[in-house]
Design a protein around this ligand. Structure first.
Ligand SMILES: [Zn+2]
Ligand SMILES: [Zn+2]
Length: 279
């Protein structure tokens, strides 16, 4: 088996181990909005199928990533903060890395909500009517592509800077599960400091007062900074989803729904342009 196969299988092993662990937690202390087995299974099956595509497409972006890193001589951060390597500078640079990553993704995420065109890449993630740990892997392939394209400007700043392995694991493997877990758990006084299941549930809520709130992945104070912070009340665990009376079938949402909407919009645009020209 090649490196590709090992990467795929090890990622799957991680994902399924975490899914099982979080399932137990969700069983102990769920919100009123529990997913069915079918809903969990659909999200897991989707991840199994989309992961090879993500792994296949990622190397195509490597030349752009390398260029962004080389053109700045390893990233602007290293030039701005040329610090000697010790424990405290590692802590500082890890915090800087996480903060820059979160602010950048805050704006990508907010843009996906504000632009009708980009909303189509993100809608699938929000259509889960019972958000749970498996929702963390429910992102349309187009959303992954958008994030890969928009990783290039971020690399100009971060360059080769990366968090220590354990922090990287927490940030990029575990935290998606924490944020989406169907848990009746509040982070109390830490709600505005570190994102948790109750805080991110607000972002997935069907209720009007929660719309366009709580975009950050790790640090809720980033939302405070940009005016989109919503503090959940002690017992506030709203229902999630798009609030549609009849949701689209899973496979349609997961595969061709955004493309169909984009095609229809382009057709209207071309028709409108042709009418203007002939009129
Ligand atoms: Zn969102
Ligand atoms: Zn989410």
């Amino acid at each position: 088996m090649g490196t590709w196969g090992y990467t795929y299988l090890s990622l799957l092993a991680w994902m399924f181990a975490l899914t099982a662990g979080f399932y137990l937690l969700e069983w102990l202390r769920p919100t009123a909005n529990r997913p069915t087995w079918r809903e969990r299974a659909e999200n897991c099956a989707y991840l199994v199928l989309v992961l090879p595509l993500i792994l296949w497409v990622q190397p195509f972006f490597n030349p752009a990533f390398d260029y962004a890193i080389n053109v700045t001589g390893g990233g602007l951060i290293r030039r701005i903060l040329p610090l000697p390597q010790n424990f405290w500078t590692t802590v500082l640079l890890t915090l800087v890395y996480a903060l820059i990553w979160d602010v950048w993704h805050y704006w990508i995420h907010r843009w996906q909500h504000m632009s009708p065109l980009l909303w189509e890449t993100h809608k699938f993630h929000h259509s889960d009517t019972a958000v749970n740990a498996t929702t963390q892997g429910r992102h349309h392939l187009l959303s992954h592509l958008l994030n890969l394209v928009l990783a290039v400007p971020m690399l100009l700043v971060l360059g080769t800077l990366s968090p220590p392995a354990l922090i990287g694991l927490l940030m990029f493997r575990v935290w998606g599960f924490v944020n989406h877990a169907n848990l009746r758990v509040s982070f109390g006084p830490f709600t505005s400091i570190i994102a948790g299941p109750q805080w991110h549930r607000i972002h997935h809520s069907t209720e009007l007062q929660h719309r366009s709130k709580n975009y950050a992945t790790f640090f809720p104070f980033v939302d405070k900074l940009f005016g989109t912070y919503y503090a959940p009340a002690a017992d506030e665990y709203p229902p999630t989803g798009l609030g549609e009376a009849v949701p689209e079938p899973f496979l349609r949402q997961a595969v061709h729904s955004p493309l169909a909407v984009w095609y229809e919009r382009a057709r209207c645009l071309v028709r409108g342009g042709a009418k203007t020209l002939s009129g």
